[in-house]
Design a protein around this ligand. Structure first.
Ligand code: G4P
Length: 525
């Protein structure tokens, strides 16, 4: 198969949702279609259960499992599908943000009884920033649901994107009868009894002619009315607008009952983008360029403390990646060969000789890589890749064993390279500060420092509102600010200035006094 064809048949995407909306269930159903797994329940083990919110040992165990399911690749109808898994637990949201830098599109799962929830809103911000095309799947239609118009309005308002329904539900809850597939003009009927569709789907020439009424009574009139209202109220599907992330197609269904999932997958494969352009600091790189380039979006530490090697996940952006070929690691300027790059197909990992744009390869790493690093065939490129968001929780970290000072420094360095948390150094007193998305990570860090690095740490409380990256046209104002606020100034891991605002009030005061400085809650602006 030609190089271009290989690219065009690839679909690399992530599924995001608020916990419990059905992401795991949908992922599993997609894998079943792709023949990547044989039985339902196979993916469940990747999920950090609700009951385990404070049990970080459980999370350690899950970490091992999640290596296997970090990337789930499978072949389906001539397409090579790569699903990039994102952790369900919100304390690990930072991991999800990074994974989103490696996808070409996203499917958002929403619970039909709840509408858009907090976590989804935040993840959508990342998609919007990167202009990632999104498709919305409104799940759990077999349960009492909100009105479809209400749901669509909610998506439009909360996710700040225009929507266009490509399927329409026929009632909901115990009364749920199926969906009308607007995209293909087909009626798909649902019976919850055998958890399968009733006799497949029925092609409809004109739903308004009444030809399909007998299958959906007593809801036929209501459906027609709603379809009329929907076609007047929402724009028609426009692939260009979807690809430029200004229009989100919406599907309804029930992942648990496998209803509406095939329709979603088939439409997704047809309309979703193949790998295209990736922005580097120096230039835009197109996937069809023949020289290999890629970047690290995730690093996974080995769980075995005797083997400290890590697995770096590289998204291939252009060209063909080949085993045993020397590639330039642009941050260090070193050339590196990889003898056993790993490909991810279904639940298996295997050594791969070649991989194409859109694919993810796992590279064994003994401490060379940081998140965001670029590999090329020689060109000095730096992919913009992976932004950091302001952490929500901060603590000073102190050495609790004077003999293990070096181990602590190394452990903190590695764990923060891996993206477990962010490390800041206070510019006034040199104290190290750890910032996390959720409180759970502090336990994870303490545990891993002890078990993987033999280091002991203790935390001291630090009440902060946000870490703010700064930019200003006025150099003098910036210098003045840094001097006055020295005690609240820190360096991030890349040596950039960060203002640690103690409260929203302190930040707004700073903004008032220094109007020429822009404060950002994100490291890429
Ligand atoms: P998540 O990954 O987004 O957190 O959600 P997950 O798929 O684990 O689904 C959360 C719960 O919702 C699960 O129930 C799952 O079975 C259920 N669910 C998913 N899709 C549907 C659907 O279409 N209809 C209905 N009625 N339920 C759905 P659970 O009881 O929490 O877990 P389990 O005991 O079933 O594993």
């Amino acid at each position: 198969m030609s190089f271009n064809k290989e690219i065009e048949r690839r679909r690399t995407f992530g599924i995001i949702s608020h916990p419990d909306a059905g992401k795991t269930t949908l992922t599993e159903k997609l894998l079943l279609f792709g023949g990547a797994i044989q039985v339902a329940g196979a993916v469940k083990s990747n999920k950090i259960k609700k009951g385990a919110t404070s049990d970080f040992m459980e999370i350690e165990r899950q970490r091992g499992i999640s290596v296997a399911t970090s990337v789930m690749g499978f072949e389906y109808k001539g397409f090579k599908v790569n699903i990039l898994d994102t952790p369900g637990h919100q304390d690990f949201a930072e991991d999800t943000y990074r994974t989103l830098s490696a996808v070409d599109s996203v499917i958002i799962v929403i619970d039909a009884a709840k509408g858009v929830e907090a976590q989804t809103r935040k993840l959508m911000e990342v998609c919007r920033m990167r202009k990632t095309p999104v498709i919305v799947f409104i799940n759990k239609m077999d349960r009492p649901a909100l009105d479809p118009f209400e749901l669509l309005d909610d998506v439009e308002k909360e996710l700040e994107i225009e929507v266009c329904p490509l399927s329409w539900p026929i009632s909901n809850g115990p009364d749920f009868r199926g969906v009308f597939n607007i995209f293909e003009q087909k009626l798909s009927l649902f019976t919850s009894g055998d958890k399968q569709r009733l006799g497949g789907s029925i092609e409809v020439k004109d739903i308004f002619s009444g030809e399909a009424d007998e299958y959906i009574q007593p809801h036929a009139e209501n459906l027609k009315e709603e379809l009329e209202l929907a076609s007047a109220g929402y724009p028609a599907f426009d692939r260009e607008r979807y690809l430029s992330a200004s229009l989100a197609p919406v599907f309804f269904g029930s992942a648990l009952n496998n209803f509406g999932v095939r329709e979603l997958l088939d439409c997704f494969l047809e309309i979703a983008p193949h790998p295209g352009d990736t922005e580097a600091l120096e230039r835009t790189v197109n996937s069809k360029e023949d020289q290999f380039t890629g970047f690290v979006f995730k690093i996974h530490a080995n769980m075995d403390p005797n083997h400290r090697d890590r697995l770096a996940f590289v998204k291939i952006c252009s060209g063909v990646f080949e085993r045993n070929k020397a590639y330039l690691h642009s941050r260090s300027g070193k050339n590196i060969k990889f003898a056993s790059p790993t490909a991810f197909m279904a639940e298996k990992k295997s050594i791969v000789d070649k991989a194409y744009p859109g694919d993810i390869v796992g590279l064994h790493d003994t401490g060379t890589f940081k998140i965001g690093d670029t590999l090329t065939e020689g060109e000095m490129l730096h992919y913009k890749g992976v932004p950091s968001f302001s952490p929500e929780f901060f603590r000073y970290v102190e050495n609790a064993d004077p003999l293990k000072f070096k181990q602590l420094a190394k452990g903190l360095d590695h764990l923060t390279d891996e993206g477990v948390a962010q490390l800041f150094v206070n510019q006034a007193n040199g104290r190290k500060i750890i910032g996390t998305v959720g409180p759970l990570q502090f336990d994870v860090i303490q545990f891993r420092l002890k078990h993987e690095y033999g280091a002991l740490c203790r935390y001291e409380p630090l009440q902060l509102f946000k870490a703010c990256w700064m930019e200003s046209f006025s150099k003098s104002q910036l210098e003045d600010f840094k001097l006055r606020k020295l005690h609240n100034m820190a360096y991030d891991k890349r040596g950039r200035d960060v203002f640690l605002a103690e409260s929203a009030y302190a930040l707004s005061m700073a903004q008032e006094k220094f109007p020429d400085i822009k404060f950002h809650f994100i490291s890429e602006y």
